[in-house]
Design a protein around this ligand. Structure first.
Ligand code: ADP
Ligand code: MG
Length: 159
């Protein structure tokens, strides 16, 4: 039941100075940080991370966006962490993401605006979509020696 999942604070989140705010939301929910680093990925790495989207019309815009500035990659651990983190993040389109979620609180852009401008949706964070995606993404972004198992107050007071 205890899972790990990958989060990226995307270039817009880093450039807007929202890394602390975003990380804090996961910490406050009682999720445990087990790995974290800043990386500026290249186009090849983007193709690996977004392999499932390669054939889509939006892919070139997504690649341009995700390689435009550094991202902060984080691995988070918790009970049903994949689902729990997606809930904190909110739905893909900020316009329709509920208030109280990261995408709903810190962005408002819509699909039709992004379509018209021919740009990727800037929605601050990536979060793995399911358990298989999480495992695959964590192994792509982190070496085993970059992930830590340690005791946190969560282990006594949250779970
Ligand atoms: P999520 O990040 O919520 O899992 P997807 O995996 O479907 O969403 O898409 C990956 C990313 O591609 C989105 O977070 C967003 O930045 C961008 N994106 C998705 N759909 C569109 C679209 N129709 N137009 C522009 N950008 C999009
Ligand atoms: Mg996705």
């Amino acid at each position: 039941m205890i899972e790990r999942t990958l989060i990226l604070v995307k270039p817009d989140g880093v450039q807007r100075g929202l890394v602390g705010e975003i990380v804090s939301r996961f910490e406050k929910r009682g999720l445990k940080l087990v790995g974290m680093k800043m990386i500026w990925i290249d186009k090849d790495f983007s193709k690996k991370h977004y392999a499932a989207h390669l054939d889509k019309k939006m892919y070139p815009m997504l690649e341009e966006f995700i390689t435009s500035a550094p991202v902060v990659a984080i691995v988070i651990e918790g009970i049903h962490a994949v689902e729990s983190v997606r809930k904190v993040v909110g739905s893909t389109e900020p316009k329709s993401a509920p208030l109280g979620t990261i995408r709903g609180d810190y962005a408002h852009v819509s699909y039709d605006y992004a379509d018209k401008k021919q740009i990727s949706i800037k929605n601050l964070v990536h979060a793995s979509g399911n358990k298989e995606e999480a495992e695959q993404e964590i192994s792509l972004w982190f070496g085993v020696d970059e992930l830590y198992t340690y005791e946190a107050s969560h282990d006594k007071h949250v779970i």
